[in-house]
Design a protein around this ligand. Structure first.
Ligand code: PPS
Length: 290
C-alpha cells in the first residue's frame, strides 16, 4: 500500500493526535455501542494486542478463523482511519457477540454510547519508562506514525505529552479516575500480566463472567505467551503493510525493565523528578521492575 509521508502531530481538543485517528471523528463519536460490546482501552504500547488475544480466546475459544484472519481485523480499532484497514463503518456491521473493540482514546474522548450501554471495559496500563521505550521503537518502524527523532528528544516529547494520543500521565490517570464512576471497568497492569499471566487471566474470567475449564485456561496461557504470539503471523502484525520489521519487530521484547537498556543515568534522574511532580495528586502506582 502506498502511504503518504509520515503524519504530523496536531492539537485536537487539547490532545496531540494525527489525522489517522481524527478523520472519522463524527462516525466515531456517534458509534452505537451494544450492551455486550467489550472495549479494550490502552495508551499505545501498554499491552493492547496481548489482552485482545486473551479476551478473544476467553470469549470465543480457539477457532480456525484465528489461523486465517489477523487479530487487528478480528478486534477492530475504533478510531483508526487508514486505507485498507477496517474502520468504524465495518465495525458497525460486525455481527459477533460480543464485539471486541480496541481504542487508544483518552477517557474524555470515548463515545458516550459506551457509558450509556454500561459496556464492560478492560484498561491496561504500563509503567511510563517501558511504555516510552516501546513507543519509541514503534514510531521508528511504523510509517503511519510521526517521525520519532532520536531517543533523547523522543523522551522529552513523551514527558510533555507530545505523542499520538497525548500525555501518558493524563491517559493513565484519567482512566484510573473513571473507575470510581464506571463499575464495569477492569484496570490491569502490564507488569502484573508479565509477573503472573495465570492470575490475571483469572481476574479477567471473573470480570467477564466466563468459566473456562483448567485445560482451556492452560491452552490460553500457552497461546498468549510472548514467544508464541511472536511466531504467530496472525498476532505479530507481520501482515501489516505500514510497519517495517527490518527496523524493529512489533513483538519486540515483551519485558518489564527494558528501559534500563535505554535510559542514561541523567535521563533517568530527570525523568524521576518530572514523574514525581506529575503523579503527586494520584494514588495510582506503577512498578518499573518486577
Ligand atoms: S499497540 O501498537 O499500541 O497496539 O501495541 P500494544 O499491543 O499495546 O503493545 C505492544 C507491546 O506489548 C508487548 N507484547 C507482549 N509482551 C509480553 N507478552 C505478550 N504476549 C505480548 N504481546 C505483546 C510487545 O512486545 C510490545 O512491547 P515491547 O516492549 O515493545 O516489546
Amino acid at each position: 500500500m502506498e502511504l503518504p509521508p509520515r503524519p504530523k502531530l496536531y492539537d485536537f481538543h487539547g490532545v496531540s493526535m494525527t489525522n489517522y485517528f481524527t478523520d472519522n471523528w463524527d462516525n466515531v463519536q456517534n458509534f452505537k455501542a451494544r450492551p455486550d460490546d467489550i472495549l479494550i482501552a490502552t495508551y499505545p504500547k501498554a499491552g493492547t494486542t496481548w489482552v485482545s488475544y486473551i479476551l478473544e480466546m476467553l470469549c470465543f475459544g480457539h477457532s480456525e478463523r484465528q489461523n486465517l484472519v489477523p487479530l487487528y481485523e478480528r478486534v477492530h480499532f475504533l478510531e483508526m482511519q487508514i486505507p485498507s484497514f477496517p474502520s468504524v463503518v465495518e465495525l458497525n456491521k460486525m455481527s459477533t457477540s460480543p464485539r471486541l473493540i480496541k481504542t487508544h482514546l483518552p477517557v474524555q474522548f470515548i463515545p458516550k454510547s459506551f457509558w450509556e450501554q454500561k459496556c464492560k471495559i478492560v484498561y491496561v496500563a504500563r509503567n511510563a519508562k517501558d511504555n516510552a521505550v516501546s513507543y519509541f521503537h514503534f514510531d521508528r518502524m511504523n510509517m503511519a506514525q510521526p517521525e520519532p527523532g532520536d531517543w533523547n528528544s523522543f523522551l522529552q516529547r513523551f514527558k510533555e505529552g507530545k505523542m499520538v494520543f497525548g500525555s501518558w500521565y493524563d491517559h493513565v490517570i484519567g482512566w484510573w479516575e473513571k473507575k470510581q464512576s464506571h463499575s464495569k471497568l477492569l484496570y490491569l497492569f502490564f507488569e502484573d500480566m508479565v509477573e503472573d499471566t495465570g492470575r490475571e487471566l483469572d481476574r479477567l474470567c471473573s470480570f467477564l463472567e466466563v468459566s473456562p475449564s483448567a485445560e482451556e485456561k492452560d491452552n490460553v496461557r500457552e497461546r498468549v505467551q510472548f514467544d508464541n504470539m511472536k511466531k504467530n503471523n496472525m498476532t505479530n502484525y507481520s501482515t501489516d503493510t505500514v510497519m517495517d520489521f527490518k527496523i524493529s519487530p512489533f513483538m519486540r521484547k515483551g519485558k518489564v525493565g527494558d528501559w534500563k537498556n535505554h535510559f542514561t543515568v541523567n535521563q533517568n534522574e530527570q525523568f524521576d523528578e518530572h514523574y514525581q511532580k506529575r503523579m503527586t495528586e494520584t494514588d495510582l502506582k506503577f512498578r518499573t521492575t518486577i
